[in-house]
Design a binder for this molecule. Structure first.
Ligand code: PMP
Length: 409
């Protein structure tokens, strides 16, 4: 019997869409550092974007109580527990002045799912997204998964890593659908001024460009910097703006996986439909923990901010003392983003790293310090160091890296 012609040889095993996704560079660096540590090497990790503090006890206690309550053992609404949506709406008004009813919030499995769902909901194939660069490594992947096209708007340290309206306008085309905005920024720690925020918001309204604004670092600002919320500064933007946020960074809850997305009713409805097929409700126990977090005071955040601020000053001082390293002072989040450009091409321990990927590998091998190379954020020539780690490790780690880099000839 003649068999049907086989198409498998010509057919790729994986879809091009998924095969094209790069591994998260930040998680990869963190995993490698943790593996070396487990093997007994004294690695100090500056890779992960997570607070080193435990989740505050009252939040943990709420989760413990939630475990014992059978109401939490069942499916709950895909959009989130009604109490949590109410509390997040109240928290948004309290913290950033964003005034929206609970129905306009969708509780997601961490901020990452909110990023993915926002782009999946807004983009058709070929739609362009303006992405201020350096960018957080997840954005271009989420944009590509949704069929969108990333248009990088490169912003250097001379401009505090922030785009100007002129730059955005120069990058705009008839296909531009969305601007991604992230202030305070991962990876640079840059914080947009109220004036820039307002100018960008007005430009977006005038040009009918949607804005996806990621406010996950809203509480981590220093030196009097203010994290102004785009749709609050420019309310005309409310109908074409999606706000992303979550509990991970503010309450030291990275492992709990609770975030949210807020936006126009049709966007929230469509994103909820997507989530209802993708993952349904976020774990009820985690939602109950998040409810305790966002309903409670901001004392723990204030304590963490004070520690991060101290470490920020230390890391900038130590990095700036390394020959060939230029470190702008970040004013938000918990990252430093120094240039190591001057060290590339010089010899260290018998090799001449020509990229920051190679230099970071050398630093991990010989200084036993993990940093994320700038390639992960669209700007080779830089390192990202998270300073959300203990004061002593921070000092030892940067000093160890500094001693190695000082060998460059
Ligand atoms: N947005 C930004 C800018 C981030 O840095 C992160 C975490 N690295 C997230 C969103 C997502 O956080 P999570 O998924 O842990 O809530």
């Amino acid at each position: 019997m003649a068999s049907a012609p086989s198409a498998t040889a010509a057919r790729p095993r994986l879809s091009a869409r998924i095969a094209g996704i790069a591994e998260s560079a930040t998680l990869a660096v963190d995993a490698k550092a943790k593996a070396l540590k487990a093997a007994g090497r004294p690695v100090i990790g500056f890779g992960a974007g997570e607070p080193d503090f435990p989740t505050p006890p009252a939040i943990v206690a709420a989760a413990q109580a939630a475990c014992a309550d059978p109401r939490n053992h069942r499916y709950s609404p895909a959009a989130g527990l009604p109490e949590l949506r109410e509390a997040v709406a109240a928290k948004s008004l309290r913290d950033s002045g964003l005034e929206l009813p609970a129905s306009r919030f969708l509780i997601t499995n961490g901020g990452k799912q909110a990023v993915y769902e926002a782009f999946a909901t807004l983009l058709d194939p070929g739609d362009e997204v303006l992405l201020p660069t350096p960018y957080w490594t997840t954005y271009p992947e989420a944009i590509a998964l949704a069929g969108g096209v990333t248009v990088e708007v490169v912003c250097g340290p001379e401009a505090d890593f922030l785009p100007s309206v002129e730059q955005l306008e120069a990058a705009r085309t008839p296909r531009t659908k969305v601007l991604l905005w992230c202030s305070p920024s991962n990876p640079t720690g840059a914080v947009a001024s109220r004036e820039l925020t307002e100018a960008v918001g007005r430009w977006a309204v005038e040009n009918e460009v949607w804005v996806v604004t990621d406010e996950i670092y809203e509480h981590l600002v220093y030196d009097g910097a203010e994290a102004a919320s785009l749709p609050v500064v420019v309310p005309e933007l409310l109908d074409t703006c999606v706000v992303l946020n979550g509990v991970a960074k503010t309450y030291a809850m990275t492992g709990w996986r609770v975030g949210w997305l807020a936006g126009p009713a049709d966007v929230v409805k469509a994103a909820t439909n997507l989530q209802s097929h993708l993952s349904s409700n976020v774990c009820n126990v985690a939602q109950r923990a998040a409810l305790e977090a966002v309903s409670g005071p901001l004392d723990a955040v204030a304590e963490m901010r004070a520690a991060f601020d101290r470490r920020r000053r230390t890391i900038v001082e130590l990095l700036s003392a390394i020959p060939g390293v230029v470190c702008p002072t970040p004013r938000g989040a918990f990252y430093a983003y120094p240039s190591v450009q001057e060290i590339l091409g010089r010899e260290i321990r018998g090799v001449r790293p020509s990229t920051t990927v190679e230099l970071a590998a050398l630093v991990l091998e010989h200084a036993e310090v993990a940093v994320v190379p700038g390639e992960a954020f669209g700007t080779p020539g830089f390192f990202r160091l998270s300073y959300a780690l203990g004061d002593e490790d921070l000092r030892t780690g940067v000093e160890r890296m500094g001693a190695l880099l000082a060998e460059a000839r």
